[in-house]
Design a protein around this ligand. Structure first.
Ligand code: HEC
Length: 137
């Protein structure tokens, strides 16, 4: 898929997510926190839950949500690499039949919105990890 086509898919899904959010019950940050800690902390630092965890080269949630389009990134993360190969959303077709390259996570769109709502609560959480290591000049 070309980058342009991929962007169109992401934009279309974004519209679907906003439409779903308007119709659905208010998203629940507490549920989102539990989901993120259970599923996303494998690779991401999730707030203060696992300050020294996650995969080293993966952006922390508090870093992503501070981006100007951070909320949109959370609302559409399942369509953004690397997630399409291991996130499953009922009703949204998988990108390919390739086997997942990481343990599969199945979420509903309501749960995606819960996670995005939780992510908004992390805007003020420090990005830097506190460390005892001496600083390099
Ligand atoms: C197997 C590892 C892994 C898991 C599990 C994972 N992610 Fe990610 N995620 C990544 C990597 C790697 C990136 C950075 C991709 C890049 O920069 O190209 C990323 C990027 C993101 C981004 C920014 C995407 C963008 O393109 O702007 C969001 C938002 C995100 N992840 C949300 C989540 C959420 C929510 C979960 C849990 C439901 C989750 N991730 C689980 C590996 C993972």
């Amino acid at each position: 898929m070309s980058v342009r086509a991929a962007a169109a898919v992401v934009a279309a899904i974004g519209v679907l997510v906003s439409a779903g959010a308007a119709g659905a019950a208010a998203a629940d940050a507490e549920k989102g926190r539990a989901l993120a800690e259970a599923h996303c902390s494998r690779c991401h630092v999730v707030g203060t839950y696992n300050a020294f965890g996650g995969a080293n080269n993966t952006a922390s949630f508090q870093m992503i949500i501070r981006m100007s389009d951070g909320l949109e990134r959370f609302q559409t993360f399942y369509a953004r690499p690397p997630h399409p190969v291991f996130i499953r959303i009922p009703g949204i077709a998988a990108w390919s039949n390739a086997p997942a390259n990481a343990a599969e996570i199945s979420l509903t769109l309501d749960q995606v919105n819960d996670i995005a709502t939780f992510a908004r609560t992390l805007e003020k959480v420090p990005i830097r990890r506190k460390s005892n290591q001496p600083r390099h000049p």
